[in-house]
Design a protein around this ligand. Structure first.
Ligand code: OGA
Ligand code: MN
Length: 443
């Protein structure tokens, strides 16, 4: 055992460092207890030599300090010192080069330096061209910085040498599916890659996003029963909360049901404020509509027709300019803590013109409930020509009436009646604690 530890330690130590290995070992040991003094000792070594291990040890010490005092600046100097190890190039032993590179990447990602992380991954690939995991990591990192073209490229490259690589298959499928737009051929390719990739069950493929987009892609190709099988599989594997509830960003214990009553939400008086003032709210919405201020819904969910929105709050932030055009509506929202602070939702007017179908879809999180207040509903509307399906329930809108559903459940909309306007208000799921409401990352 002792010998193994020594060996692995030696593999971090080049010939130059071997001369001072006992000093380096001692500083490493004291680093845990006293990272500040360790930094001084590493520095004094670095004054006279380019010691890879001293740079690495210094970086680890700074990392520890940055965590103790919660300092981004110190974290950044830790990152800088990990990069110094890499900058020494050939004189750094392989194992140390890899350790320093992996740490640099992890800390850069934590700090949000995603483009820098791409560069470090490329440096590691240059040094370890045979390592397939690094190429996967690079592909994912390209996706994170929004460079889908480079991501696609690298996953295609992986598949040339390893056509059954499940990780590359699902990622390439995801890219093709999400960028396919109206291109049915690309959609089919995406679906096929996603499906082959998921079947491998390789590490990293059993993710909600891949099941979600495979099911959605199949539905858009009209292959509904295959889609349902994917959703059922996702539910059986606990990747979805259930067959119908397909959100990805979940707090697990929350009560799950597609339709909620006003009483069940606990926000009775706040929600009644909307109902009691619905006519003023409608006036504001109509004025905005007539001024052509609504914008197209942006998530590629619309199948046919026209579906536009006018946002008042986004991710818990008030859109001041827009609220100036809807002062009463926003003043009601301002009193509604669980809605105006909802970083996982929106508040908006939604207009849907006659002849619109919105593809079945589900929202990203189970942390919100969604209220719809009917503002303009055509006289001829009924449950056949104007409807919202949520899971296996059918709802329709009535002027001045409000319903609440959980949009993480599969839902779909048809309007074949006339032009319809509603107010949509997202609120925190009532079972979330105030700590969760304050700390959950926004969506
Ligand atoms: C929703 C939704 C469409 C609409 O609120 O999640 O898809 O405007 N609604 O009726
Ligand atoms: Mn929706």
């Amino acid at each position: 055992m002792l010998q193994i530890i020594e060996l692995s330690y030696q593999s971090l130590t080049n010939a130059e460092d071997l001369i001072i290995i006992s000093d380096l070992d001692k500083i490493d040991i004291m680093r845990e207890e006293d990272p500040h003094t360790a930094v001084e000792h590493y520095d004094s070594i670095l004054q006279t030599r380019n010691s890879p291990r001293a740079f690495y040890g210094k970086a680890l010490a700074l990392l520890q300090i940055s965590r103790n005092v919660k300092s981004n600046k110190i974290l950044e100097s830790a990152i800088f010192n990990f990069k110094e190890v890499l900058a020494l190039g050939k004189i750094v032993p392989d194992a140390l080069f890899r350790l320093a590179g992996d740490e640099a990447i992890q800390q850069m990602k934590f700090r949000g330096f995603n483009t820098q992380a791409v560069k470090v991954i490329q440096t590691l690939i240059h040094r370890f061209p045979e390592d397939p995991m690094l190429k996967q990591t690079l592909g994912v990192q390209y996706l994170i910085i929004g460079d889908n073209k480079s991501a696609k490229n690298i996953f295609e490259k992986i598949l040339i040498t390893n056509p059954e690589n499940g990780f590359a298959l699902v990622h390439l499928g995801f890219i093709l599916k999400t960028q396919s737009g109206d291109n049915l051929h690309e959609l089919e390719m995406g679906v096929s890659y996603l499906s082959r990739g998921l079947a491998t069950r390789a590490e990293g493929v059993l993710e909600g996003n891949f099941f979600f987009h495979l099911g959605d892609g199949l539905r858009r190709l009209g292959r509904f029963s295959e889609a349902d099988a994917v959703y059922q599989e996702g539910a059986d594997l606990n990747i979805f909360k259930s067959f119908w509830q397909r959100s990805i960003y979940n707090v697990d214990r929350l009560k799950s049901q597609p339709i909620w009553t006003i009483d069940e939400t606990t926000y009775v008086s706040n929600l009644n404020n909307f109902v009691n003032n619905w006519k003023i709210i409608r006036l504001e919405a109509e004025k905005i509509f007539k001024a052509r201020k609504f914008e197209a819904e942006s998530e590629n969910l619309k199948d046919s027709g026209t579906w536009n929105q006018f946002e008042l709050y986004r991710q818990g932030r008030k859109l001041e300019k827009n609220c100036q055009l809807a002062p009463t509506t926003c003043s009601i929202v301002e009193k509604f803590e669980a809605a105006k602070t909802n970083r996982r939702g929106q508040i908006k007017f939604s207009v849907m013109l006659n002849g619109t179908h919105v593809h079945a879809h589900s929202g990203p999180t189970n942390c919100r409930l969604r209220a719809h207040l009917g503002l303009v509903v055509p006289d001829n509307a009924n449950e056949n020509n104007l409807k919202l399906r949520v899971a296996d329930n059918i709802l329709t809108w009535k002027e001045g009436e409000l319903f609440i559903f959980d949009d993480s459940f599969d839902h779909e909309v048809w309007n074949n009646s006339g032009d319809r306007i509603v107010l949509i208000v997202d609120m925190w799921h009532p079972e979330l604690t105030s700590h969760e409401r304050n700390t959950l990352p926004s969506i």
